[in-house]
Design a protein around this ligand. Structure first.
Ligand code: SF4
Ligand code: SF4
Length: 108
């Protein structure tokens, strides 16, 4: 339906309970510091891959925790495992180890 040039968006329902949470559980076990993330975006701001591409490590963390693993498969290979994100994290999240866990999961 179109009102004065505007249309009402279709309702979008995301049922997280149906997503596969295996990776989120693996990350929580292998990298306990991943639970300390406050989503500040410091890792994304300093990321070498993010400066050159659309790669966004903060977003990928969030997707992994929600069990939305599809985008990880297309993005994760852009990480160079340089560890810069690790150095700036105010919460001491071992981001590089977290990425390593994600890579192992999607390649298994
Ligand atoms: S810098 Fe650390 S706390 Fe901030 S979003 Fe990245 S992982 Fe989370
Ligand atoms: S390790 Fe990966 S996510 Fe972290 S700064 Fe380097 S390229 Fe970015």
């Amino acid at each position: 339906m179109n009102f004065w040039g505007f249309s009402i968006s279709e309702a979008r329902v995301i049922d997280y309970d149906k997503n596969d949470k295996t990776l989120a559980q693996i990350m929580a076990t292998e990298v306990p510091s991943s639970k300390l993330c406050i989503g500040c975006g410091g890792c994304t701001a300093t990321c070498s891959a993010g400066n050159l591409t659309e790669f966004n490590i903060r977003k990928l963390q969030m997707l992994a925790k929600r069990g939305e693993n599809k985008e990880l498969q297309t993005q994760l290979h852009k990480c160079m495992l340089c560890g810069k994100c690790l150095l700036v994290c105010p919460r001491g999240v071992d981001t590089r180890r977290m990425i390593w866990s994600m890579l192992r999961f999607i390649n298994s």
